[in-house]
Design a protein around this ligand. Sequence first.
Ligand code: DAH
Length: 348
Amino acid sequence: MDIKQRISELRVQALDELTAADETSGLEPWRVRWLGKKSRLTEILRGLASLPIEERKEAGAVSNELKLELEAALKAREDILRDCEIASSAVRDAIDISMPGRPFPRGRLHPVSQAMNEIAAIFSGMGFQVLEGPAVEWDYYNFDMLNMPKEHPARAATDTFWLDAPPNEKGWQMLLRTHTSPMQIRAMEKTQPPIRLVVPGIVHRYEATDATHLSMFHQLEGLAVDEGIGLADLKGTLTEFARRFFGPDRRVRFRCDFFPYVEPGAEMAVECAVCRGEGCRLCGGSGWIEVLGSGMVHPSVLEGVGIDPKKYSGFAFGMGIERIPLLKYGVEDIRLFYSSDLRFLRQF
Ligand code: DAH
């Protein structure tokens, strides 16, 4: 048999055996058998010397080629088997490294938080500082300093959750704040004008819950005190807020209202999004939706905190937050916001 033919037979056999090796541990015996010192290929290479020069050249080239091919095939087989062994040990450990990753459940902000952040950001853009205050308050801040001394009828207008705790040494009683307005007093006690701040936060009222009322909800309070602040500043600021929040094409309306801590007091309403002033179910037929209460800070409130009302004046406002996504998205029951029903919440 001529050498070339022997080599090609060796090649087929060697490669067959290599593919049959299905563990890396089987590769070393294969190497010894096919590429080792005593392998048939080595024997052939050694025997070349005895061949006539012409034959030797060709046979030498072919056998060297086979040697290189077998070495490369060994390396390739080793790589494949090693990968398989890593993968199968992962399977043993119950990890499928080929499995696509699981998506993380993505959380999002509650629609009320979204509205609160958006409103606070608008005022922040107009130079108002964003502050928070305590939800458990003294009646002193929640009522007295806002022109509602004990026995004042306005105290009874908002039913209050009083805390079952003894009064402090000054006779102050603890309660759950019924509005964010007490932060006006806390801020003015600490800072002299100019003051511009908004206070988002939770409030409580001792009320029965229904489709439009909750005993817990959120408000955003605003206060601006400086020299020469007038009603035009109040109207201008709040109109600009409405323009940015509800869109430039929604009209706003101011009407007189009464709050003990402002004089004059006003409510602001925006044109109903659904009927544009025609009157519909959402706006109760009036064409307008009340958004906030406001007014010029009462001189006796300023005096109470040691700010001279002859020198300074200011405006204040307060709005309910839950109403806003309620109106914006036409949610028919305010209780849905706190039902923790993800099917509802995921829509926002
Ligand atoms: N505190 C009022 C409420 O809870 C809202 C309000 C009205 C706040 C007039 C103000 C204001 O600052 O000036 O309904």
